[in-house]
Write a protein that binds this ligand. Structure first.
Ligand code: IMP
Ligand code: MG
Length: 172
């Protein structure tokens, strides 16, 4: 673990926060049967942990938009994988790893609105508010972080380090 001695959020902190968020979501969505969407690939571990902690009846689906082709530089947004659930009149909760510029989620939420859902809310593990260029409202937030490039718990650098159970700053 030599490359990752700068752990920003450890396993225990993640577990505790996930439980708190799941409790809040369970109470807010009581009796509504929401569709919970996992934003691949980054949200995969967060989504798995959140959904397993919900005391709620719901269905799941997956979407993948890519903007970071590789490395840390942002590019154009592209929908690589679309949801297949009919979300008309359904309550939709999107689960995402990190909101950075906000472009990905802003784009995706506008796309989903076209299908006429009853509501769309966002649950994000991390927020980098200092980097925002497009407004995005985060309804359930794990942690706010500084403008540092981080990896682990789903987040990658060049498709690597997603499997780390903690969130760490990548040493340059
Ligand atoms: P946005 O469209 O700029 O908000 O970008 C969001 C996406 O960029 C996230 O879903 C991540 O895949 C990626 N991203 C942003 N910041 C980081 C980071 O610090 N580490 C790893 N991926 C990041
Ligand atoms: Mg992502």
């Amino acid at each position: 673990m030599n490359n990752f001695d700068n752990i920003i959020i450890n396993e225990e902190q993640i577990k505790n926060r996930v439980k708190e968020l799941a409790k809040q979501i369970s109470s807010d969505y009581k009796d509504t049967q929401p569709v919970i969407i996992c934003m691949l690939k980054g949200a995969v571990y967060f989504f798995a942990d959140i959904t397993q902690n919900l005391d709620l009846s719901f269905t799941i689906d997956f979407a993948r938009l890519s903007s970071y082709k590789s490395g840390t530089v942002g590019g154009e947004i592209e929908t690589v994988c679309k949801i297949t659930t009919d979300i008309k009149d359904k309550h939709v909760l999107i689960v995402e790893d990190i909101i950075d510029s906000g472009k990905t989620l802003n784009y995706f939420m506008n796309e989903l609105k076209e299908f006429g859902p009853a509501s769309i809310k966002l649950c994000a593990l991390l927020n980098k508010p200092s980097r925002r260029t497009v407004p995005v409202n985060i309804d359930y937030l794990g942690f706010e972080i500084e403008d540092k490039f981080i990896v682990g718990y789903g987040l990658d650098f060049d498709e690597k380090y997603r499997e780390l159970p903690f969130i760490a700053e990548l040493k340059q």
